[in-house]
Ligand binder design. Structure first.
Ligand code: SF4
Length: 373
């Protein structure tokens, strides 16, 4: 709904508010009820302040949304889609979401509209010095029965809003590194479950969910053969997102991430040969000033060696150090500010030698602070 030229409100087909804009400020609501506020700051257009609203502020936004909906209902003569939005109890809906999903702290930048299904909880490694996403979540693989229940609950929760979702994202952190048989069985089962039309939901289009993406760490699946990767691709495994972080093995050791640039090259080559698209995420600012030049050079060199093309993605993410992480607590390096990280992203990008889009990969900025599911 648009109100004049300064206000816009977007809802999904279940009536949940998704995002709204007023006088240049953007708010995004997560399914758990969290609301992010995005404001342009500073002189440069890219600078964006991101803030998670306090519960009282989010409640005030909910009151405002209700007023807008009631006004829309009156002016537009009571259209049915608005009825769902007006009848929805946002607080109860957020609690219902929290009963089905564990918190979703991060998704790759092109997966924000995926249907997230949590086959595993947490990260099977969970020891990188900079990462606190899953620190308090012991790693666990759901049983097949638990996962089936989770999928049914997720589909019921989404209801008519499922038509807005694109693809399935198999979570949590590195679900794609499940043992081969388990991952093959999961995709086979998901294909069968998601191909059926859903009674009472004419909007649902099964084809929208036929592609599966996931995160994959860069070190635990090197024994998986090309044949298995091909079989997984045939079952709908469409894209894997790799937290590569850096092309410098010295910086990688500071991050306490196993593997090496050579491992990344081998893995990406396998995935591409199997027909799986690849999203590579690198972080600017890691390694601090001492290793800055090495990080820039080796990262650009590694990226340029990868066989990335149409359908692939390189995401340049600025390091967001968590003060409670070992990286900060143990003083692994001096920390760059956002401006310096942004400069480093530009330097890495300027060294990339790919064909332009659409022949080459999408190369984009990736601000993890802006994510809310
Ligand atoms: S960066 Fe990835 S592999 Fe490392 S602890 Fe975090 S989720 Fe696990």
């Amino acid at each position: 709904m648009h109100l004049g030229s300064e206000e816009m409100y977007a809802f999904d087909l279940a009536g949940r508010p998704v995002s709204w804009v007023r006088h240049g400020v953007v708010w995004r609501r997560g399914l758990d009820g969290a609301v992010l506020e995005l404001r342009r700051t500073g002189r440069e257009g890219w600078e964006q302040g991101v803030r998670r609203l306090l519960p009282g502020e989010a409640a005030a936004q909910a009151v405002h949304l209700r007023e807008v909906l009631e006004e829309g209902w009156r002016v537009l003569g009571g259209p049915d889609p608005l009825r769902r939005a007006l009848e929805l109890d946002l607080e109860r809906d957020g609690l219902r979401f929290q009963g089905i999903w564990r918190p979703i702290p991060i998704l790759p930048p092109d997966q924000y509209r995926a249907l997230v299904l949590q086959r595993t909880e947490g990260c099977s490694y969970n020891r990188c010095s900079f990462c606190t996403f899953y620190k308090n979540r012991p790693y666990r693989v759901l049983t097949r029965e638990e996962f089936a229940d989770h999928v049914e609950a997720a589909l019921a929760f989404m209801g008519p809003s499922l038509s807005w979702r694109r693809g399935v994202f198999l979570a949590d952190a590195n679900a794609a590194s499940l043992p081969d048989e388990s991952l093959l069985a999961t995709l086979t089962w998901l294909n069968q479950r998601l191909e059926r039309r859903r009674p009472g939901d004419p909007e649902f289009e099964p084809r929208n969910l036929s592609r599966v993406a996931s995160f994959l760490d860069t070190f635990s699946t090197l024994r998986r053969t090309l044949e298995v990767w091909r079989e997984l691709a045939g079952l709908g495994l469409d894209c894997l997102h790799l937290g590569v972080e850096t092309g410098s093995d010295r910086v990688l050791r500071l991050l306490r991430k196993p593997g090496s640039a050579a491992h990344v090259e081998e893995l990406v080559g396998l995935l591409k040969t199997a027909g799986i698209r690849v999203g590579v995420i690198v972080m600017s600012g890691v390694g601090g000033p001492t290793l800055a030049q090495e990080h820039i050079e080796k990262t650009a060199e590694l990226l340029n060696r990868l066989p990335l093309g149409f359908g692939d993605r390189i995401s340049l993410s600025e390091f967001e150090p968590d003060p409670s992480s070992p990286y900060v607590q143990e003083g692994f390096s001096e920390l760059f500010d956002r401006q310096a990280c942004r400069e480093q992203s530009r330097e890495i990008r300027a060294r990339l030698r790919f064909q332009g889009y659409p022949r080459g990969p999408v190369i984009s900025h990736y601000d993890v602070r802006q994510f809310v599911y």
